[in-house]
Every structure is written in C-alpha cells, then in structure tokens.
Design a protein. Structure first.
Length: 396
C-alpha cells in the first residue's frame, strides 16, 4: 500500500480531511494505485509554446518507454496554468489534495515555479522543474529538481567567448524578472572580469513587451554587441525589431543565450538571423545519435514540429521520474523518489547530463552556436563546447 502524503496549508485540517475522503479506493484495498504525475504547463498565454513543447515531449517519452513502470500504471495529468502564478499554485493544491499526485512537474516560467515550491516542501512531493531557469528556484524547496538549465549556467560561456571575438562594448537587454536579472548579472560580472565593458543595462517588462524604444536606444549608443535574454517564445519579436531598426546594418551584433534563437521560432525569423551567436545547452542540430533519434521521433509524432530546449527539459524530466520510480521498485514515497532522482547520470539528446545530489541542479555541456542555413532551414550550429558546466550561482 502506498503511504499517503498529507500536508497542511492555511486550511490544513479541512484539506487533510478532504484528502482522506477522496483517497482512491485502491489505496485501502491494496491494489496498486496508478502513479500520478501532475504536469502543470502554460498551454495558453504568452508562454504557450513552452507548454506545447513540453507536453509533446512528455507524451513522446511515455510512448517510447511504456506507461507501466515497476508494476505501476503511470498517469500523466496535464493542466493549463495560463502562465499565472496564482493559477499554478491553485492547480498544484488541487492535484495534491484531490488527485494525490506523486510528482509535480512542468513550470514554464520562474514565478510559476516559485509560487508552487512551498507546496512541494509541505507535502514532501518531488517537483521537477522542466523549463523555468532562474538559479534560485532550487533553493526555494529541497524537493525541487532541475531538468532544464539555469540562465547563469548558459550565460557565462558567452561572456567568455565575446571578448575573444572582438566584442568589447556591450549593452544588455533582458526581460525584467528572475532569469533576465540572472543573465544581466552573470554576463556583466564575467564579461567585465574578461576586460569587456557593459555600457548600459536595459530591462523590458515581461508582460506585453515592446522592444522598439529599447532597441532605438541601443542603436543610438552603438555598442559592439547587444546581449539579449528573453524567455522562449519572445525571440522572434526581438529579432524582428532588431532588423527593422537596422541595428545589424549599423554594425551592432546580436549575442545572447539560446533562448533568443529558440528552435521553436528560429525558422520563421528569416535570413536576418544568420550569423547570430548564442550559448546554450541544447540545439535541435546537436550532432549525436541520441539527438537524431529524438528529433526524428518528436517531429514524426508532432506534425513536423521541431523540438526546442524546453522539449528536452520535459523529456529528460520524465526520464528522471521514470528512473526514480524504477529505483524505488514502484513503492517509493516522495522523499524516496527525490533521493532516487539525485545523482542520476544519463545521455540526453543534449549530451551527457547529471543531477548534482547536493543542489539538485543539472550539470551539463554548454555549446557555442551560430545560426546557419542547412538544407534550406535555419539552425543553431554548434562550433564549440564547454563540458560539464555547473550553475555558477551555486558554490555547492
Ligand atoms: C523562466 O521564466 O525562468 C524562463 C522562461 C523561459 C526561458 C528561460 C527562463 O526561455
């Protein structure tokens, strides 16, 4: 019999009673209950592409690996939080109390993950963060495990590459919230340490951003390059404005983390994106047998949609969950599952990864990539790799 997990919220007693009343009959009859994964994603709203990519990846993982693991049926419960933290939190509560989910997963934006982290702690439920990338998220709950990346992790490689490649004066342009502020800070620190100069730091609102006035300012100040962080789904808008305002013609290069040349949107950006150099942990063009297999299967199952780094976070997150279920012989409670996620090492479509048991972060390769055309399509083509990069924001 599975040990039931109870937790207290503000209305703790009432919720606990509700949890008892709604416990599935199987829990008392001794039949193995299904193992439930509550996958909370922005399926609508500004971050909907992240939801679409992760949903597709999670379903692909299950199609490839079966839906019975260690004798238990795995049930994926997908919920749309529309990208709003209050909604994410409410859905997480409902999934814990009414559905008795064994694992929470997804989290398309940092505020959505931060709103949910206290519930993971209280209920002792592993929370697999597949997308959100602010460094501090793993510190918000000891039950958070990262399946994607952190922005500082992928930023520092760009701050090392740029000054060696003639880029000395940079303006940073970031979305004004957690991951953007991480990118701004870690780019500036490292780039300055390497002898570069950040002459201005611009922050654009996350909701309904208008990049035009910021880009006009950049054009007037004429740095060697503009370093950009915007969350997945916003890159095409930045690129369009960058080109429309003629920043490229003014000799200003665009650099950034790979979020801006996101595989989900890259092909639609047009030839103006050619030559843009970014640093990131995943490109659909990554040259490995595991990735080729992944991309092919993903496209086949999804009407030729190209997977992006969010899809890989979702796919690998499912793997963490499946392997933890196997390692605990289908009987593990939250803390046992969490323990089995820590320290996992495996070959991902992105390359080798492992989960640092101390801080629950992904350690992985970061690649430098340039946008090039291959068989008529735009890709982030990797030309250098920095191996086994940790999140530089963590001392341990
Ligand atoms: C985040 O909100 O943490 C986030 C979202 C999308 C990204 C990166 C970070 O591409």
């Amino acid at each position: 019999m599975q040990k039931r997990q109870f937790f207290t919220l503000t209305a703790g007693a009432a919720l606990t009673a509700a949890a008892l009343l709604s416990a599935p009959l199987g829990a008392f009859a001794g039949a193995p209950e299904s193992f439930k994964i509550g996958l909370i994603l922005p399926m609508t709203g500004q971050a909907a592409s992240t939801g679409r990519q992760i949903e597709a990846a999670a379903k692909l993982y299950m199609a490839q690996n079966g839906s019975t693991v260690a004798g238990r049926k795995v049930e994926l419960i997908i919920k749309d939080d529309t990208g709003l933290p209050d909604v994410t939190k409410r859905i997480a509560q409902e999934l814990l109390v009414n559905e008795h989910v064994n694992v929470l997963a997804g989290f398309g934006l940092t505020p959505l993950a931060l709103a949910t982290a206290p519930l993971a702690t209280q209920s002792k439920t592993p929370m697999v963060v597949m997308a959100a990338a602010t460094s501090s998220i793993t510190e918000a709950s000891p039950f958070v495990v990262r399946a994607g990346f952190t922005v500082p992790q992928v930023t520092i490689s760009m701050a090392d590459w740029a000054p060696k490649n003639g880029i000395k004066r940079v303006i940073t342009l970031v979305s004004d919230y957690g991951p953007g502020l991480d990118g701004e800070k870690y780019f500036k620190e490292r780039f300055t340490f390497n002898g570069g100069q950040v002459v201005d730091s611009l922050r654009v609102p996350l909701r309904n951003p208008d990049f035009a006035p910021f880009l006009q300012k950049v054009r007037d100040e004429k740095p060697d390059a503009l370093f950009v962080f915007v969350p997945s789904g916003n890159g095409a808008a930045v690129m369009k404005q960058f080109l429309e305002r003629g920043l490229d013609k003014a000799g200003i290069k665009m650099i950034g983390t790979g979020d801006v040349t996101d595989d989900d949107q890259l092909n639609g950006m047009g030839d103006g994106a050619l030559g843009v150099v970014t640093s990131h942990h995943y490109s659909a063009d990554h040259n490995s047998p595991a990735n080729k297999k992944f991309v092919e299967a993903f496209k086949k199952a999804n009407d030729n949609m190209r997977p992006n780094f969010m899809a890989v976070g979702g796919y690998d997150g499912m793997r963490l969950i499946y392997e933890s279920l196997k390692a605990t012989s289908g009987k593990g409670d939250g803390p046992a599952l969490l323990a089995a996620m820590k320290g996992q090492i495996f070959e991902s479509p992105r390359g080798p990864v492992f989960i640092d048991a101390q801080n629950r972060e992904v350690v992985q390769n970061v690649y430098l990539r340039k946008v090039e055309k291959k068989n008529g399509e735009l890709y982030n083509v990797e030309f250098d790799v920095i191996k086994d990069v940790r999140d530089p924001a963590k001392t341990r």
